[in-house]
Design a protein around this ligand. Structure first.
Ligand code: MRU
Length: 362
């Protein structure tokens, strides 16, 4: 059992002394574990856009550190001009990807921090931003631990689990969301058998989830996305755990493209479909899944990016490459948060979870 080996990898951290944001370049995994030291805003933006750092919580953490670094050397003499500088950095980072709400959640937290410290000196505001960015990461790690406990309470030892994309340690500050129950179960001898969907077209499941879980010593089997039905029909899957990029107030869930198909299959086969969602991913201002902006990405990812040669004629063919889809709330068995487990009707239970959070943070 060696969860430690996986947890030793730092998805994203701040090297304050060198004014750098440090990330593992996830486009290189599993071939290479390479840390990138990013000091320029353009490089931080590019790292998010190109999925060098990815996964909703990790994007949020990156944005927090990025916003701090973007104003750390500010020469502003007064609050108003400092805030204008901050706002420019914030808006720029916010334009990197549209779907994961954690990006906007983290930037709003940083914004609130600037405003809260309005009456302090500029160096003091910058230090407050530093503390706030570290807190965003620390909160994520605590959150995932709690999600792991709640998630584990829903499953039995010696069972099969299926996951889609990578909602793992590398998608978060640590532990992951969908993988948190797997790692915790592993520590406690649950002996899970995990099926990882490869996750076309960017292969986060094949490249990252299998890498993480195998390194931790967890029994993991890679399947192509179109094999999920077969492993479910064979009775090899007792629960599905996935992460998410945004949960709407009615319980509709946006996650990596292909997730909604898994949700429908799980429903058909009577397998619980659990969504692991830090409350930072719940967007109560978003009424339904139809209100979530779905990122459209470069079509080359579908037929060219991972192949030595194009796998489709480049002339006369249209391509469609949405990065996410929405699983309708009716297919979701439960949404597991750090404040407890929400079950249908989600419009009521999600509100209860958010109220509980507000009370505990009051
Ligand atoms: O495009 P990606 O790789 O950033 O998409 C990631 C996912 O869809 C994850 O499942 C989600 O962000 C949850 S990560 C804990």
């Amino acid at each position: 059992m060696d969860n430690k080996k996986t947890f030793d990898l730092e998805t994203v951290y701040l090297d304050d002394e060198n004014n750098a944001l440090v990330i593992i370049d996830q486009t290189l995994i599993p071939i290479e574990v390479k840390y990138l030291h990013l000091t320029e805003q353009e490089d931080i933006w590019e790292a998010i856009y190109e999925l060098r750092v990815r996964g909703a919580p990790a994007i949020g953490i990156t944005a927090g550190y990025g916003a701090y670094l973007g104003v750390k050397a500010s020469k502003a003499q007064d609050y108003e001009s400092f805030y204008q500088e901050f706002k420019k950095v914030k808006d720029y980072l916010a334009s990197s990807r549209p779907t994961a709400v954690n990006l906007f959640w983290a930037l709003d937290k940083m914004d609130a921090c600037v405003k809260k410290n309005k009456n302090r000196s500029i160096p003091e505001i910058i230090e407050a931003l530093h503390q706030q960015s570290e807190e965003i990461k620390a909160e994520d790690v605590r959150t995932n631990k709690a999600i792991g406990e709640y998630g584990l309470s829903l499953v039995q030892p010696n069972t099969g689990l299926l996951t889609h994309c990578n909602a793992g340690s590398l998608a978060t500050g640590k532990y992951g969301t969908a993988t948190a129950p797997m790692y915790l179960g592993h520590e406690r001898g649950y002996n899970f058998k995990v099926f990882a969907d490869e996750t076309r077209p960017l292969l986060q499941g094949a490249r990252i989830t299998t890498f993480e879980l195998a390194q931790a010593g967890i029994d993991v089997t890679l399947i192509a996305d179109n094999m999920a039905s077969t492993v479910m029909k064979n009775g090899w899957v007792q629960a599905v755990f996935v992460g998410c990029d945004r949960v709407a107030a009615n319980g509709d869930v946006a996650n990596k493209i292909g997730t909604s198909g898994v949700a429908i299959l799980a429903h058909e086969y009577g397998i619980p479909f659990y969504v692991c969602a830090p409350t930072s991913t719940i967007d109560m201002n978003c009424p339904t899944g139809a209100d979530i902006e779905i990122e459209q990405r470069n079509p080359e990812e579908v037929y060219k990016k991972w192949y030595a040669k194009p796998m489709a004629p480049e002339e006369g063919v249209k391509f469609f490459n949405p990065a996410f889809d929405v699983s309708d709330a009716k297919y979701v068995t439960a949404i597991i948060t750090e404040f407890g487990i929400a079950r249908p009707p989600f419009d009521i239970t999600l509100k209860q979870i958010m109220d509980k959070k507000a009370q505990e943070n009051a």
